[in-house]
Design a protein around this ligand. Structure first.
Ligand code: NAG
Ligand code: NAG
Length: 535
């Protein structure tokens, strides 16, 4: 009886959502809107492009602002028109050079000096990237013809990734509504600038902490928060403030620009991330890029099937890095050669001499389709957001070798839930890699926990991509979503924390106490003096 009631109500709910979904799919795509897109290069572009594909399929027309020497953003595409902005320096060399130096320093160990060196390296690289983008902004603002064509194009909104504040500055200038495709902003986690983020249980980007922190860990968290504030105030903010002062009426700064955004499409969800306070204009689209696996190409499929019962290991370290240092690559190749599994390894550097004949090196792999293949047992990855979320979607446990930025923190979220294991770059060698790989392969808990995350992640009323597109079109239909923004962003800090109220109340309280005291003092003294006089 209970069973049928439950299944009836479950059916009711699923009916409701199908109707909702149908209504969504039938909603006219607002007669084809016009969207101006600014995205970062590399992996950020990969997921922005998927969103563009979807918007294009729904009849919207899209213009993409791209650096003329872009690394990944194609100039000619059937999906969009390009607006090319000359760029002073190529990112590819800059980022790869930085990563090589960064990896070298990481391998020196884990002392405070190493940490300091890493921080300095990172800050100088990131500051240079922002300054290149700010030069590009200045070029746009100095080009009256381009500015005119941008304003005459009558875009409905700007869709942008705010890790670089380029898009929000442009949106401010063109007075357009903004939708963010976001995880990180110029400094730190996107939430930190709009939602309450107590440092007591919200680990700061880069801290490598979880939401359960001891007293000393909370001190460390505060230190990393200080670092983020330092980075924003002294290294990154000034580049944009210079642009704002010169070209934007009334000036602007990165925080107010970000806080004015209409909708935050957040590339995260609470299956992956630790629970935290959020805001009405934040929409979680974690895993929006994930799709059911497509069949592999015949030769790859044959290779994967040839693994038999042992299955397949796949490895990639992302779009930014061509290869690890040679000695690590050799160690990894030797471990792979010993395994009974077949291995597919995306690697573009020198071919290791110890490569086994079970290992196939490729310069590109269909990562989603391989992750979705039932033969795939372990994903060896650097922990970029895209890869981690695809692994969750397909339920494949991860052996992580984080390289930089958010990668350690991403992998930590899997490790905390028993769905992955981290080996720090400084610790990668033949033995640690072999041990880690065998542990993730043979301890069933890794795969069970990851499959549980996968089931939780997939249990959503609407697929995250449809959710994202709905909100982009919502902003078009209503010309923004200002009604979802809190008042917080217009307040000075002392009002936000009610310091002014506390000061006023304590002043009033003290005045009242003092006044009462003086009155009593006067009354009782007068009483005493009059008594004294009587005698
Ligand atoms: C938090 O960490 C402490 C110390 O490591 C541990 O004893 C406690 O069980 C943890 N709490 C939760 C909720 O995981
Ligand atoms: C390579 O493959 C062959 C079979 O094709 C096998 O006999 C041989 O042991 C393999 N070599 C190594 C080093 O695994």
């Amino acid at each position: 009886m209970m069973g049928t009631m439950e299944s009836n109500s479950a059916r009711g709910i699923s009916m409701f959502f199908s109707v909702f979904l149908m209504a969504f799919l039938i909603t006219p795509p607002c007669n084809g809107g016009k969207i101006l897109v600014f995205s970062l290069d590399g992996s950020h572009w990969i997921n922005m492009k998927l969103m563009i594909e979807e918007l294009h399929a729904r009849g919207h027309s899209i213009s993409v602002i791209r650096p003329s020497k872009s690394w990944y953003i194609e100039e000619v595409s059937p999906l969009y028109d390009s607006i090319n902005i000359p760029q002073s320096k190529q990112f590819e060399g800059l980022i790869q050079g930085f990563l090589e130096r960064y990896i070298k320093v990481q391998r020196e160990g884990s002392s405070s000096l190493t940490l300091l060196k890493l921080i300095v390296q990172f800050l100088s690289m990131i500051s240079e990237v922002h300054s290149i983008y700010c030069d590009m902004l200045a070029q746009i603002f100095d080009d009256p013809r381009l500015l005119q064509s941008l304003s005459e194009a009558q875009y409905d909104l700007v869709l942008t990734d705010p890790s670089i504040a380029f898009g929000v500055v442009l949106a401010k200038y063109l007075k357009l509504p903004t939708v963010l495709n976001v995880r990180w902003i110029t400094s730190g986690d996107g939430h930190s600038i709009i939602a309450p983020s107590p440092l007591s249980y919200i680990p700061v980007l880069g801290s490598g902490l979880t939401d359960n922190m001891s007293f000393t860990e909370r001190i460390k968290n505060l230190f990393f928060h200080g670092l983020i504030v330092f980075q924003e105030v002294f290294m990154i903010g000034p580049h944009y403030e210079a642009i704002c002062d010169k070209y934007i009426e009334g000036g602007c700064d990165t925080s107010s620009l970000l806080q004015e955004a209409d909708i935050w499409l957040f590339r995260s969800d609470f299956v992956f991330d630790f629970p935290r306070p959020t805001m009405p204009n934040v929409v979680y689209i974690g895993g929006f890029q994930c799709k059911p696996a497509q069949p592999l190409q015949a030769d790859l499929e044959a290779f994967v099937e040839s693994a038999g019962e042992h299955g397949v290991i796949i490895m990639t370290l992302g779009t930014f890095l061509s290869g690890l240092p040679d000695d690590i690559t050799e160690d990894i190749a030797r471990v792979f050669a010993k395994m009974p599994q077949k291995v597919i390894w995306r690697h573009t550097g020198k071919i290791p001499s110890s490569l086994g004949n079970n290992t196939q090196i490729v310069d590109w792999m269909p990562q989603k389709d391989l992750l979705g293949h039932p033969q795939t047992k372990v994903f060896v990855a650097h922990g970029g957001t895209n890869g981690v979320q695809e692994a969750i979607y397909h339920g494949v446990p991860v052996l992580g070798i984080p390289l930089f930025y958010d990668q350690f923190d991403n992998l930590l979220r899997l490790q905390e839930r028993g769905a992955g294991k981290i080996i720090r770059l400084a610790d990668v060698n033949f033995h640690s890699f072999e041990q880690g790989l065998k542990e993730v392969l043979h301890q069933d808990s890794y795969s069970h926990n990851m499959q549980r995350l996968s089931v939780l992640h997939r249990d959503q009323p609407i697929p995250p991509m449809d959710h994202a597109i709905f909100w982009v079109e919502y902003v078009m239909r209503h010309k923004g979503a200002a009604h979802l923004r809190t008042q917080a962003y217009k307040m000075p800090w002392y009002s936000y924390y009610s310091i002014d109220v506390l000061v006023a109340l304590s002043a009033a309280g003290s005045f009242f106490l003092l006044a009462t005291f003086i009155v009593f003092r006067l009354l009782c003294c007068r009483g005493r003096t009059s008594k004294v006089k009587k005698h």
